[in-house]
Write a protein that binds this ligand. Structure first.
Ligand code: F3S
Length: 81
């Protein structure tokens, strides 16, 4: 399983993630990214179809704000740091 969450405290609204995987990431009114499948809670499993794109976004984020884990984040992007 794979889970993802955006740390909105460090996101610099660069816009890469929403282009890389628009099915999972979109921007709020301030341009900050969030995970749209579970209101950026990081608790809903990513459909396997999107694993590659999510990992791509994770690796491309310039501020390392996209977190990924095999376990759910329960709303805390810093849970596994
Ligand atoms: Fe923010 Fe990183 Fe996406 S800076 S807009 S989370 S690629």
């Amino acid at each position: 399983s794979l889970f993802t969450i955006v740390d909105k405290e460090t996101c610099i609204a660069c816009g890469v993630c929403g282009v890389t995987c628009p099915q999972i990431f979109d921007y709020d009114i301030n341009g900050l990214s969030e995970v749209i499948i579970d209101d950026n809670h990081g608790s809903k499993q990513i459909p396997e179809l999107f694993y590659e794109d999510v990992i791509d976004a994770y690796e491309s984020c310039p501020s390392e704000s996209i977190k990924i884990s095999e376990k759910p984040f329960h709303g805390n992007p810093k849970k596994y740091e």
